[in-house]
Write a protein that binds this ligand. Structure first.
Ligand code: SAH
Length: 216
């Protein structure tokens, strides 16, 4: 059963949105989505205090729900438009997935940890969201539904996976943290033509690693 979403939660969310805006997020669709989605649903009920502070938090299976600012930053950089077809690699808690859905994207999301995949699927469906869920290795993307207008990778990669570049539509954007374990550069890849990409970096972040293969 879903936890309650009280006036107290809504008040905490409003403060969080103010904080993220102060840190430089300007896209109002992104800020509205953060205001709307109860982040505490994605964490165990005892951790309310952490749900609306701007920090990452453990969600099980050695993984974390991303920091709200990071979610907002990646989403803003993607420049999500209504009806964009978006591939998300690393469903995790499903929080970022809910933000994308709230922004009216059509979302395909893949997770390699079975427990997280099952939990996120159950929670999002209970909340009334119905993206396409996949359990598998997102390093290879989800070629069957490609091309995607946007691809969002929510784990740190040591290099840009070629399969993902292939699955990006011409005119599309991919946002992926790239670097060695520890710190990654937020990287934007714009697909200019079938054979050309433009790459730019947008500051440093810390993510759990993008791994290959699946895990039970
Ligand atoms: N968007 C998530 C972030 C979770 S952390 C959230 O806000 O909760 C990153 C997630 O990427 C983890 O759940 C991890 O298991 C997953 N992951 C790592 N490598 C992956 C891969 N190759 N394919 C799919 N998911 C992967």
């Amino acid at each position: 059963m879903l936890q309650q979403d009280t006036f107290q939660h809504k008040g905490l969310r409003k403060r969080l949105v103010d904080e993220i805006r102060d840190k430089g997020i300007t896209n109002t669709d992104v800020l509205n989505a953060i205001l709307k989605i109860p982040r505490h649903y994605f964490m165990e009920s005892g951790f309310l205090k952490f749900a609306y502070s701007d920090q990452a938090f453990p969600i099980g299976a050695g993984q974390t729900i991303s920091q709200p600012y990071t979610v907002a930053f990646q989403t803003q950089l993607l420049d999500i438009k209504h009806m964009d077809k978006v591939l998300e690699v690393g469903t995790g808690s499903g929080y970022q997935t809910a933000i994308l859905l709230e922004m009216k994207a059509r979302v395909y999301t893949i997770e390699r940890q079975r427990e997280l995949y099952l939990n996120a699927k159950a929670l999002l469906e209970e909340m009334g969201y119905h993206p396409h869920f996949f359990y598998g290795d997102g390093y290879k993307g989800v070629p069957g539904y490609s091309p995607y207008n946007k691809i969002l990778v929510t784990a740190g990669a040591t290099e840009i996976p070629e399969a993902l570049v292939e699955q990006l539509a011409v005119g599309g954007r991919m946002v992926i943290p790239v670097g060695d374990e520890g710190v990654q550069a937020m990287t934007l890849i714009e697909k200019i033509s079938a054979t050309e990409i433009k790459t730019s970096t947008h500051g440093n972040f810390m993510f759990v690693p993008l791994l290959k293969g699946t895990s039970k």
